[in-house]
Design a protein around this ligand. Structure first.
Ligand SMILES: NC(=O)C1=CN([C@@H]2O[C@H](COP(=O)(O)OP(=O)(O)OC[C@H]3O[C@@H](n4cnc5c(N)ncnc54)[C@H](O)[C@@H]3O)[C@@H](O)[C@H]2O)C=CC1
Ligand SMILES: NCC(=O)COP(=O)(O)O
Length: 339
């Protein structure tokens, strides 16, 4: 894609992700393969990118800058970097707790920069939640990290492919805690935030949302679980009175079929592994993860750190490209809204 360099383009911050994972690989390959219509600035250790490019046998112009506003329009092969130093030189495929503070610092600076208008959006390649938690901080995901940083009362994780959008009521919590987290309040907050952002960020005038039940067969009239009768159905009824177009609760095993999906804008799953396996089966490698409900724009890849592939050249950069393009589109739309 060729940028119209006469127009101001959004500044998109891209964090490096876990340095021992495929984050650096896919940043280097994606930014080398195509030009994006934006100003892209990578928050990373430039030495990490240079050394990974060498490992991968890729040529890229890795250029350090001092401030985001110095970032020029992106050109194929150019990687502008706001330097953040790693604690130690990382090795592809080998996690090291010493670099966890580096990873968190890239996220902190990206969030701060976005909150203060230095960046128009953040794109996050994957981090390794386990190695971050081993430092003693509780890190359950970027979603919750940026929620805390932005002091947002409620956020929604939504993943999208060309054919479907799947949002979640609960995100990163143990399965045993899901039932108690499904409350009138959590469902209402998530559905209202989802509905609002589908309207404002995706220009869907009256979003139709398919809602999964929690239990098999959506509880089978209470014989296979009571959450539908006690919580989900009454909450959806109340929300319908506000004018929301909600279908369900439907049994999750048949909700994800064309009969329903073709006539709706988004599916809402009650928990992570109810909705995301379907989404990933439909488009792993080309889906985007978007955090709704934040005052800033944040998109991400649909995959994890793939430690087994780091430095091998086998990592697919498709999802990162989609995540960058979504961030650009959303930033452009936001600018339109604010003018
Ligand atoms: N946005 C984020 O920061 C995310 C982070 N994670 C974290 O990543 C770590 C590893 O998670 P896993 O469950 O092992 O998932 P994973 O996505 O890293 O790997 C699952 C499988 O998919 C393959 N794979 C992943 N990305 C690929 C790509 N771009 N190209 C080709 N193959 C790819 C891997 O080689 C592996 O076989 C965990 O700590 C998890 O929390 C997981 C999902 C998202
Ligand atoms: N399965 C999605 C995932 O783990 C990504 O979460 P987040 O880091 O975007 O919160």
């Amino acid at each position: 894609m060729v940028s119209d360099t006469t127009k101001p383009l959004p500044i998109i911050a891209i964090t490096s992700g876990e340095p021992a994972g495929i984050g650096p690989d896919i940043i280097i390959s994606a930014l080398s393969e195509q030009a994006f219509p934006a100003r892209l600035v990578v928050l990373a250790d430039p030495e990490l990118l240079k050394s990974r490019a060498k490992t991968l046998g890729l040529t890229a112009n890795i250029i350090s800058i001092e401030q985001a506003c110095d970032t020029p329009f992106h050109k194929k092969g150019d990687i502008f970097v706001l330097p953040i130093q790693q604690a130690i030189k990382s090795t592809a495929g080998i996690l090291d707790i010493a670099n966890s503070p580096y990873v968190l610092e890239t996220l902190r600076q990206a969030g701060e920069g976005c909150i203060h208008g230095e960046f128009d959006a953040i794109v996050t390649p994957p981090v390794h939640k386990g190695i971050l938690c081993e430092t003693g901080v509780h890190f359950s995901g970027h979603t919750e990290f940026f929620q805390a940083q932005c002091q947002s009362p409620h956020v929604v994780m939504m993943l999208a492919t060309e054919v479907m959008k799947v949002a979640l009521v609960t995100t990163h919590l143990p399965l045993k805690d899901v039932s108690s987290a499904i409350t009138e309040q959590s469902i209402s907050l998530v559905i209202r935030a989802l509905n609002k952002d589908l309207q404002e960020k995706f220009a869907i005038k009256q979003p139709r949302i398919l809602v999964c039940g929690l239990n098999p067969h959506a509880g089978e009239d209470g014989h296979l679980g009571k959450e539908e009768i006690d919580v989900i159905i009454p909450t959806l009824d109340k929300l319908r009175q506000e004018g929301l177009d909600l279908i369900g609760p439907l049994p999750a095993d048949t909700l994800f079929t064309p009969k329903y999906l073709d006539n709706a804008d988004c599916a809402l799953a009650m928990y992570h592994d109810q909705g995301l396996p379907v989404l990933k089966y439909s488009g792993f490698g080309n889906a985007v993860n978007i955090t709704l409900g934040l005052p800033i724009i944040r998109t991400s890849v649909d995959h994890g750190t793939a430690i087994d592939l780091a430095g091998t050249g086998k990592a697919n950069n498709g999802s990162l490209k989609v995540a960058i393009q979504h961030a650009i589109n959303m930033a452009n739309n936001a600018k339109k809204f604010s003018t």
